[in-house]
Design a protein around this ligand. Structure first.
Ligand code: MRU
Length: 347
């Protein structure tokens, strides 16, 4: 699945499969400017760290179309749009990574006129988009060897094709094992409150014919206690320099249970998800989303009127619970500080 993020040259717009209404309806949301793109990111029309990065790269191009070369202030106005875009969601570092990539290319060529900058950014956004699929396939090849024939693999949230430009990170590893001919099964934790597991992971694996069952988030301990899970593979939104990994709320609990029951717990993420400027997971900002995602299922309110809720969207799994981090450059193992600095930081 790769048509969920498309740039339409005819419409001069970014066209996104609307993940808010999957699997019931397959409809597209069109972003024509920065505001549309920020709206799509914040309401999770598009979500998942690498997909957020690809969207942001096209968002920079759309921003460049909104400023007027005749305006003496166009550079300042463009920078403001980039800043707004970069701050659309706080946890997935791929958002900042993509905007920073575009910004650096712009600042490296300060004399570029706006027309030339637009052309450069569209070309760069297309490259980020195409490269992400290749990166995920490489991750799938490296990670496939961690999965044995006959394994049942648990995953949390959606780290699949929909969360990336295609193929997926955690689901890329699962697809890699499946393509090797291994007979595997997948347990998709439903992932309250946005239900990325129940709606999106189940949707894309089922579409590809990979056996998948959805489990309530709170079934994890029972399933592991009964020996029904051999591996866990999840994605990440940001990985600190010491290997602590932020991912969808609930991931940390799955990792603790996996340690308790002796189930290897792996994270799969591209180099762009590492944030070497953040030493440990304690420095990763955790998104606090609208209460409505918890108080309502669709239009239906499930909590008493006036009762407060928590809606932290992510948690941080300490590196000590992670058996390995699958990247496009290979599988990183402990000691994480040294190995991440060498493999990701090039030190
Ligand atoms: O809030 P979301 O849906 O953007 O959160 C997504 C996740 O937590 C994914 O597991 C993560 O981004 C990895 S995606 C390949």
């Amino acid at each position: 699945m790769t048509d969920h993020i498309q740039f339409s040259p005819d419409q001069e717009a970014l066209v996104l499969l609307d993940q808010r209404i999957l699997p019931g309806r397959e409809e597209y949301f069109v972003c024509r400017n920065t505001q549309d793109t920020i709206y799509a990111l914040q309401t999770m029309v598009v979500r998942g760290a690498p997909a957020i990065g690809v969207t942001a790269a096209y968002g920079c191009y759309l921003a460049s179309r909104e400023v007027d070369p005749a305006d003496a202030q166009w550079k300042a106005r463009l920078e403001k749009l980039l800043k707004d875009l970069e701050e659309a969601r706080p946890t997935a570092v791929n958002l900042r990574w993509a905007v920073e990539l575009m910004r650096k290319a712009w600042h490296a060529l300060p004399d570029l006129n706006l027309e030339a900058l637009r052309a450069k950014w569209l070309e760069m956004a297309r490259e980020v988009h195409a490269e992400d699929i290749e990166i995920n396939k490489a991750m799938g090849r490296h990670g496939a060897d961690l999965i044995d024939d006959g394994d049942t693999v648990m995953t949390h949230c959606n780290a699949g094709a929909l969360a990336t430009a295609g193929h997926g990170t955690a689901l890329g590893v699962i697809r890699g094992a499946w393509e090797q001919g291994k007979k595997i099964q997948v347990i998709a934790n439903e992932t309250r409150p946005f239900l990325q597991g129940a709606r999106l992971t189940a949707y894309e694996l089922h579409k590809d014919g990979i056996p998948v069952k959805v489990a309530c988030d709170n079934a994890c301990a029972l399933l592991m206690q009964r020996g029904m899970v051999q591996k866990v593979v999840v994605g990440a939104d940001r990985i600190a320099a010491n290997g602590d990994a932020a991912n969808k709320i609930g991931t940390f609990g799955v990792a603790i249970l996996a340690r308790h029951f002796g189930v290897p717990f792996y994270v799969a993420a591209p180099a762009s998800t590492f944030d070497l400027s953040t030493p440990t997971g304690a420095g990763i900002p955790i998104e606090d989303r609208t209460p409505r995602e918890v108080t309502h299922v669709g239009e239906h309110q499930i909590t008493p009127q006036g009762v407060g809720v928590f809606n932290y969207a992510f948690d941080v799994t300490p590196a000590e619970l992670i058996a390995g981090i699958v990247t496009e450059r290979g599988v990183i193992r402990a000691p994480y500080v040294e190995n991440i600095a060498r493999i990701i930081g090039g030190k």
